[in-house]
Design a protein around this ligand. Structure first.
Ligand code: NAG
Ligand code: NAG
Ligand code: NAG
Length: 856
């Protein structure tokens, strides 16, 4: 009797509902109103016979299986091909800016405190300020998206499902999914797992790239009802999950729904009254029924493919009793029962019986969504990813976790690790855990002591570090004269540009100069002379009177540059209108605002300054999934530990990111804006995020010789270059020079650089690429970036470079200043700095107090 009740309780059914059309902005599809939702109250209508159960079914492949797939060696189009260093030279000003008679009264730079127990506290959810007009005609259509009138994530892992052909892969890691749409003669959803031995490698030493083959179809979830008219729709699109639905035609309801969650241990398909077809391009060799689990709720089968891989299949039927009959019809086809209602799950099992045991223990349950929460306490923090569960919810979940997560698990989560490990394409080996519904990661070294000033990490690899504000008198002189000259540049021409990226960089450059003069140069009267110029230049953007104003896109919901609407070129401003790079672009503005707000706290309350900045923050780093105007955390991926720069462009290799340093700078900007604007939770989130980024970077992107995550033969490249979901390419979108490929992970040098770029790594990279005079062959702004980066390990040589009397300002990137570089190098060197040459700037020459150390 107990058993029967248990059984009935676990029986699943599916109900079809009409698609809701929420009228109100911000309304989400309520749970249970999905196209295929699980219910427990369908009557049993079928009882399966056990005819097929005892035999091992085998098939002989008559064609050769497809084991190689195809690769994309080129870089995708989509807005990234411009050089991040502006090509228009900065015209040298005549003379220096004169100090004025007043000084600044900066506000405190003490951390804002205290933060809430869960630091993901929503910001104000009001509309963008009035000067930002709204447009509903974004050029990219929401292809097959069923969620209506809510913010849609543009930079998350599943975007290929609603972009372009809808057939490019989606990586949940270690699996990927792709809608077959006729490829391989099937219309279902292909599940793929690629082994490292299948990667394609560039021939050079070290190889420039490695790529996972695409187009492989290990197991395809299909149905007899699917064919040429099949459509793919998505619903419940969140930061970590989406349901992908397949319907026989655009006017028929879906018959298969696949909840896709990053790290899912099974790929699970919910079937609603369809005849399952499982296909394989790798070909089935055997199919075997094994046993029933969960008191007869779930039935287990084993599949061997022609590549010798072992897969497990679990069927949990609703409205029927007995093991659903699956018949191995031929090497490419397994056929299930007519009108099947219930779930079918598959998992690749690399670990024999220990693996099977772990998968069995979680069979029937599956994750359908996830949320992140976090807390900080002093310089330690933790965050938890908790999954929403469906199916046999009394079962635990099996989930795959990435190396940087495993490295930072708390003890309870570590204890849940299994022997199952499957390689991902670009994040090393994923480890499976079996947990009730969550994992927790600890970050013991939050960058709480980092502020606006140069920051030096504690020695001997210890935690923490300190700000360095005291320069030697000679360094102070150099900084001040460089600052007086640079502040006399025409800020308006450098910042009122048709690009949010280049404008933001230039604004941040001037902000850095003024901060440096005030704090490290101790020259408040000069800083006071510069600040009004910066405020005016910044105001152009707050007022939205720049050449290409921002607009609020009410279709996807976000703030984008209007240039693409006018010119039709999706690549304009690095693809800003298509949601590329928003954290890069807006991070520079947020940083600038933090500096202005620090130097003049009254500015924070003037006009719409604060609302305008918070609009940018909400656009790229919104802490709330209930904000009607912006999606949750557009850029940052709390599972991968870094952001994805690619927006609404279909991409064969998935999302990608090039500049890890502009990613971390954008977080540094959030941290400082949170601090200065008094949002302790924003500051805490950014501290935690920066800690996670630093960890993710050293696992995947910045490759020390002792890195154990990325393939060994790739490590001599020292950085990934562009990291996609499916490819690592030691390249950039704008050229292959070493200073581009390495330097794009350095730019802009800022206080958090010393935190995210470990000294040992910087030294190894320097020796591999730029030592022995190679740096001096580099042209333009990249040369300055390389030397500023050198300050992390050899500040004296770096200082000597920037303080040369024959210093050539063409080595400064549009976001970089000599003032900040000098202060940065001098502060990193501390009181041991030798002043070899005194800068000849602003026409003023000061006698050198020479002590050896000349620049060579
Ligand atoms: C996540 O999934 C669970 C289980 O289906 C559901 O109860 C919950 O409402 C979902 N949460 C979100 C944020 O969608
Ligand atoms: C910005 O707008 C305000 C209010 O309309 C105006 O006073 C100010 O002059 C404008 N500033 C710029 C730089 O356009
Ligand atoms: C690996 O090398 C880096 C760079 O030299 C160093 O910072 C780090 O401590 C090393 N890690 C281990 C685990 O030895």
């Amino acid at each position: 009797m107990d058993k029967l009740l248990f059984l009935l309780g676990l029986l699943h059914a599916t109900l079809i509902h009409a698609f809701p059309t929420p009228e109100e902005i911000g309304e989400r599809i309520p749970f249970g109103d999905r196209a295929i939702a699980i219910s427990t109250d369908l009557p049993v209508t079928t009882s399966y016979s056990s005819a097929l159960l005892s035999s091992l079914q085998t098939a002989t492949a008559t064609l050769s299986p497809s084991l190689t797939g195809s690769i994309l060696t080129g870089l995708p189009n989509g807005g990234n091909s411009a050089n991040p260093l502006p090509t228009i030279p900065v015209s040298t000003p005549v003379g220096s800016l004169a100090p004025i008679g007043t000084t600044l009264s900066p506000g405190s730079t003490a951390p804002a405190a205290p933060a809430a127990p869960n630091i993901f506290v929503p910001m104000a959810g009001d509309a963008p300020p009035q000067q930002i007009s709204t447009r509903a005609d974004h050029p990219v259509e929401k292809l097959g998206i069923l969620d209506e009138n809510v913010p849609i994530e543009t930079n998350k892992f599943y975007a290929n499902f609603f972009l372009g052909s809808q057939t490019s892969s989606v990586w949940t890691h270690p699996y990927s999914l792709a809608w077959a749409k006729g490829h391989g003669n099937t219309w279902g959803m292909a599940v793929t797992h690629v082994e490292r031995s299948q990667f394609a490698w560039d021939d050079n030493t070290p190889p420039r790239y490695f790529i996972g083959p695409i187009g492989l179809q290990h197991i395809v979830f299909s149905a007899e009802e699917l064919g040429k008219s099949t459509t793919l729709t998505t619903e419940e699109l969140t930061a970590f999950s989406v349901y992908a639905n397949l319907a026989p035609s655009s006017d028929a309801p879906p018959i298969i729904s696949i909840p896709c969650v990053q790290g899912m241990g099974f790929v699970t398909a919910l079937y609603n009254g369809a005849k399952p077809l499982l296909n394989s391009g790798t070909f089935f060799r055997t199919l075997k029924y094994v046993d029933q689990l969960n008191g007869g709720t779930t039935y287990k089968y084993q599949i061997q493919l022609e590549d010798n891989s072992q897969w497990l299949l679990y069927a949990t039927p609703s409205a029927s009793l007995g093991a659903p009959p699956f018949e191995l019809q031929d090497s490419a086809t397994i056929v299930g029962p007519e009108g099947f209602v219930g779930t079918i799950q598959v998992a690749k099992n690399p670990a024999n019986s220990a693996g099977a045991q772990a998968f069995d223990s979680a069979a029937g349950a599956f994750a359908v969504n996830a949320t992140v929460s976090g807390s900080v306490d002093g310089s330690t923090g933790s965050y938890t990813i908790a999954w929403g569960k469906d199916g046999v919810v009394s079962q635990p979940l099996v989930m795959f976790t990435l190396p940087h997560q495993v490295e930072s698990f708390d003890s309870k989560t570590s204890a849940a690790l299994t022997d199952i490990s499957l390689v991902t394409t670009t994040k090393g080996y994923a480890r499976a855990i079996v947990v009730k519904d969550s994992i927790t990661m600890l970050e013991p070294n939050l960058p709480t002591s980092i502020g606006f000033s140069p920051w030096v990490p504690a020695g001997n690899g210890g935690n923490g570090g300190s700000e360095h504000n005291i320069l030697t008198p000679a360094a102070m002189t150099a900084v001040n004269s460089a600052g007086a000259l640079e502040l006399n540049e025409d800020m308006d021409t450098q910042t009122r540009l048709n690009s949010m990226y280049y404008s933001g960089k230039a604004l941040s450059k001037f902000a850095g100069i003024i901060y440096t003069l005030q704090t490290l140069g101790q020259n408040s009267q000069l800083a006071a002379a510069g600040l009004p110029k910066l405020k005016d230049a910044f105001n152009v953007f707050v007022n939205n009177t720049q050449p290409l104003p921002l607009v609020y896109d009410s279709k996807w919901k976000g703030v984008v540059s209007s240039g693409t609407y006018q010119a039709g070129d999706s690549g304009l401003d690095f693809g800003n209108a298509y949601y590329n790079d928003h954290h890069f672009h807006y991070g520079y503005f947020v940083y600038t605002a933090a500096v202005i707000g620090h130097l003049d706290p009254s500015w924070l309350d003037q006009g719409t300054n604060k609302a305008w900045i918070n609009m940018l923050v909400r656009d790229y780093a919104n802490p709330s999934s209930n904000d009607p105007y912006f999606p949750f955390q557009r850029s940052f991926d709390w599972v991968h530990g870094h952001s994805w720069a690619k927006g609404l462009f279909e991409s064969g290799d998935g999302k990608d990111q090039e500049s890890t340093s502009e990613d971390t700078f954008a977080t540094h900007a959030l941290k400082m804006w949170g601090r200065i604007s008094g949002d302790a939770n924003m500051e805490a989130r950014a501290n935690l995020q920066l800690a996670v980024q630093a960890r993710s970077l050293r696992n995947y992107f910045l490759l020390s010789n002792n890195n154990t995550v990325q393939p060994k033969q790739f490590l001599p490249n020292k950085v990934t270059g562009i990291l996609f979901e499916n490819k690592v390419d030691h390249a950039t979108y704008f050229g292959g020079n070493a200073e581009f490929v390495q330097g794009i992970h350095m730019i802009p040098m800022n206080p958090s650089s010393a935190y995210t770029r470990p000294q040992g790594f910087v030294k190894e990279e320097w020796d591999a690429y730029f030592s022995d005079g190679r740096v001096d062959k580099v042209q333009g702004g990249w040369k300055g970036i390389l030397y500023a980066n050198l300050a992390l390990v050899d500040p004296q040589t770096a200082y000597n470079f920037f303080s040369r009397s024959d210093f050539d300002a063409s080595v400064l990137d549009g976001g970089a200043s000599r003032t900040w570089y000098l202060a940065f190098c001098a502060a990193m060197a501390g009181q041991s700095l030798n002043i070899a040459e005194i800068a000849v700037v602003g026409g003023e020459v000061t006698a050198p107090s020479v002590k050896g150390c000349s620049h060579s």
